[in-house]
Design a protein around this ligand. Structure first.
Ligand code: SF4
Ligand code: SF4
Length: 376
């Protein structure tokens, strides 16, 4: 095994291939505080990529209610239990990754879901944690009972477990953008990738006999447009872009700013060791012990920063850019009360006011002598 650096663990780790970072890495930030679980993203993906035979059960994008929701069933707790993870010293992970704890003769610590595990995509939806007996929770504040929505796609990991697991070398990471793809011509359907990916974002197609996965809508990305699940997002929770190495973070790159500089967006289960490239702004109303398990030790600071966003003009402005254009916006800037999303060359893609003007129209319009609302 090679020794590679994983900045999310704050240390080197063992991986099956030497460190080889793409020219630029596709990445995304999801703001969990804004997601309403409308599943428009899920359907936008489904109707675009997985409406064929053999793909019925595939959800390249899914949205699950935490703490009880999961697709496939218990995909997260199963790996957490097997890994016996959770040991952090400050920002350094002292436990083993799924590569370091692989059983003898295997490349990754993993498990393959049964058909039954894919049968309940809505399991746990809107179920809340905490006491609800006799309404006790309703009387106690703040937030004894809680849940939140976790939207998930493939993380286009820097150290993909799917790629490491494949005995045929059918999975590759594109050098130009870091998107992870399955070569359908090489794949023989061994499903080692399905077993290896701890996020369970590779799916076996029994009709073609090959594995398939989220392709980050690369034909759109190549045209400078964000993926389908981003541009259709009702809650405007998503922003796609490019992430730099930690030491090269640029403040005018929105993803770098949120992930590396402000550290408000965090990876999902960083302890697995894959350096996933979808980053989450954690929910602010959830017990921090739970958020730390999902998003690592940065959860406390991220929640604090998000709560303070209203007093933080740059952060508040950048959050307004989410969902404001279908185009990729690799650069941004704030000017007074306006925030600009820009292309690579600095040309404006979109301008958004940080504070939407509130216009109150009188119920009765004197000029036209009409009533403009039903309830004046
Ligand atoms: S479309 Fe956006 S708001 Fe709706 S479920 Fe998907 S991520 Fe959440
Ligand atoms: S999330 Fe899973 S399928 Fe996607 S790149 Fe990482 S290991 Fe591969």
């Amino acid at each position: 095994m090679a020794r590679v650096y994983n900045w999310q663990l704050g240390r080197e780790m063992s991986y099956w291939y030497p460190e080889s970072r793409p020219k630029r890495q596709f990445a995304a930030v999801f703001d969990t505080n804004k997601c309403i679980a409308c599943q428009t993203c899920t359907l936008a993906c489904k109707t675009t990529w997985t409406s064929g035979k053999g793909q019925e059960y595939m959800l390249w994008n899914n949205v699950e209610s935490k703490p009880y929701g999961s697709y496939p069933l218990a995909y997260d707790v199963k790996v957490l239990e097997m890994l016996n993870s959770g040991k952090w010293t400050g920002k350094v992970y002292d436990g083993e990754t799924i590569f370091e704890s692989a059983p003898a003769g295997e490349r990754v610590l993993g498990w393959r879901p049964e058909q039954q595990d894919y049968a309940y995509p809505n399991c746990g939806e809107d179920d809340c944690a905490g006491q609800v007996d006799q309404g006790a929770a309703m009387m106690a504040l703040p937030h004894m009972s809680w849940f939140f929505y976790l939207a998930r796609i493939c993380n286009h990991c820097t150290y993909p477990a799917c790629l490491a697991s494949c005995p045929r070398g059918s999975i590759y990471k594109r050098p130009e953008d870091g998107i992870v793809l399955v070569d359908q011509g090489r794949c023989r359907g061994y499903q080692e990738c399905v077993k290896g990916c701890p996020y369970k974002k590779v799916f076996f197609n029994p009709m073609t006999g090959t594995s398939e996965k989220c392709i980050a809508c690369y034909p759109k990305i190549e045209e400078g447009i964000q993926p389908q699940c981003f541009t259709n997002c009702i809650g405007k929770i998503r922003m796609a872009g490019w992430i730099s190495k930690q030491q090269d973070a640029k403040p005018d790159n929105p993803i770098d700013y949120l992930v590396h500089i402000r550290k408000i967006a965090l990876p999902l289960f960083p302890q697995y060791g894959l350096e996933p490239n979808v980053y989450y702004i954690p929910p602010i109303h959830v017990p921090l012990s739970f958020s730390r398990q999902l998003f690592g030790p940065g959860a406390d600071e991220a929640v604090k920063a998000y709560r303070n966003a209203m007093n933080d003009p740059d952060l508040a402005a950048l959050l307004c850019l989410f969902g404001s254009s279908e185009k990729m916006m690799p650069r941004w800037k704030r000017n007074g009360d306006d925030v600009y999303g820009m292309d690579d060359k600095g040309a404006t893609v979109v301008k958004v006011p940080r504070n939407e003007p509130v216009i109150v129209r009188p119920a009765y319009d004197q000029l036209y002598q009409i009533t403009r609302t039903n309830c004046p």
